[in-house]
Design a protein around this ligand. Structure first.
Ligand SMILES: *Cc1c(COP(=O)(O)O)cnc(C)c1O
Length: 355
């Protein structure tokens, strides 16, 4: 038998979450963001359950080629643009839409030999200062782009730094509105903006994390009422049980000391499976459907859980690390990170099944 750890990917969660997104942004087309191997869920497993999307957005050329070779005929957007001039031949061959964020990219598009003019997403740096042209130069860049024969359509693209927190999007949105680029289609909203800033929806939205049923803010309570379904469950089993007396120490660094006699279980899951090593004592885990907690440090392949609340738990009992009954965001918050990171970090060695 293999080690009992297993990730289950629920394809119906994608259909469900996409339909919730469509309800919330009913006048916009949807780029389903599937970068980073579909946020760790496996692009090959999940893309067909998102067939009703209007396009797929990602950033790895190989993932784009994969989708084309699998038969996806609709639009594919390269969110980070192209990295080297030679990439334009891939964009040409596979009919990709590309972000354009730097002057050299426009020059290369102009020089390239292409079969058909391409669609570009001209990136505006509205305040995140990661990619894009600043607003002062943007109108001039738009006219340049319009004069390039190799360019078909131009869409204004910008990205929000604070759509999921109290700072909000107003500052960046004002920069975009001031440009009055009303003749260009706009594509602005990430998941946080899809949920909480409807005025940003415009022509195309770019939701990622909410397709997977996790929170853009990293806080589960922020999406608890939205009805999203979590697309990944990570589970394992108890492989050993110990009755420990008072004042025993648990795990590497002896970080936890028992306060009274307790029963503990050893679970076959550790940081080499993608579980966050920084998760402290008290981080929730589900054992046979009962919520209990981690005790002591996470090892590479194992962790220890408190079985005080679960008297019936024994070797072979199911342990849910995150998923349907324990949101990944709750675990992430306890470990000082966000659900995105845990999902993307699911280790290759973890077997995956589709549910
Ligand atoms: C990752 C990404 C998104 C999706 O972000 P979520 O927070 O997962 O919705 C949208 N746009 C760009 C440019 C991105 O890089």
């Amino acid at each position: 038998m293999p080690r009992p750890i297993l990730a289950t990917i629920y394809l119906n969660a994608f259909r469900h979450n996409l339909s919730i997104i469509r309800q919330r942004a009913s006048n916009s087309k949807v780029w389903s963001v599937v970068k980073a191997n579909a946020y760790g869920h496996g692009l090959d497993r999940i893309w067909q359950s998102l067939m009703r999307t209007d396009g797929f957005a990602l950033l790895d050329m190989n993932e784009a080629i994969y989708l084309r070779e699998q038969g996806w005929q609709g639009p594919i957007l390269l969110l980070e643009g192209f990295f080297k001039p030679a990439d334009l031949q891939i964009i040409n061959k596979y009919r990709l839409t590309t972000a354009v964020h730097s002057h050299w990219q426009l020059d290369e598009i102009e020089k390239a030999k292409l079969d058909n003019p391409i669609d570009i997403y001209l990136k505006l740096n509205s305040g995140m200062n990661r990619l894009g042209f600043i607003s002062e130069e943007y109108p001039q860049i738009v006219s340049m782009a319009r004069g390039i024969k190799n360019i078909n359509s131009v869409t204004l693209m910008s990205h929000f730094a604070n759509s999921d927190n109290e700072v909000g999007i107003d500052g960046q949105f004002a920069v975009i509105e001031r440009l009055q680029m009303n003749s260009l289609p706009h594509c602005l909203a990430n998941s946080g903006a899809v949920l909480w800033h409807p005025k940003t929806h415009r022509d195309w939205i770019r939701p990622g994390i909410i397709l997977y049923g996790a929170s853009p803010s990293g806080k589960w309570r922020d999406i608890a009422d939205i009805g999203l379904k979590s697309a990944m469950t990570l589970q394992s089993e108890i492989i050993a049980v110990h009755e420990l007396p008072k004042r025993e120490k648990i795990g590497y660094g002896s970080r936890y000391t028992t306060q009274m006699p307790i029963r503990v279980g050893t679970v076959a899951c550790g940081y080499a499976d993608g579980y966050p090593r920084h998760a402290p004592t008290g981080t929730p885990v589900m054992v046979d459907g009962i919520r209990t907690q981690l005790l002591g440090a996470i090892s590479m392949d194992m962790m220890t859980v408190d079985l005080t609340q679960c008297p019936l738990a024994t070797i072979g009992s199911t342990v849910e690390l995150w998923g349907e009954s324990l949101p990944v965001d709750v675990v992430a918050e306890s470990a000082g990170t966000i659900g995105y990171e845990l999902l993307c970090a699911l280790a290759k060695r973890v077997p995956v099944t589709v549910g």
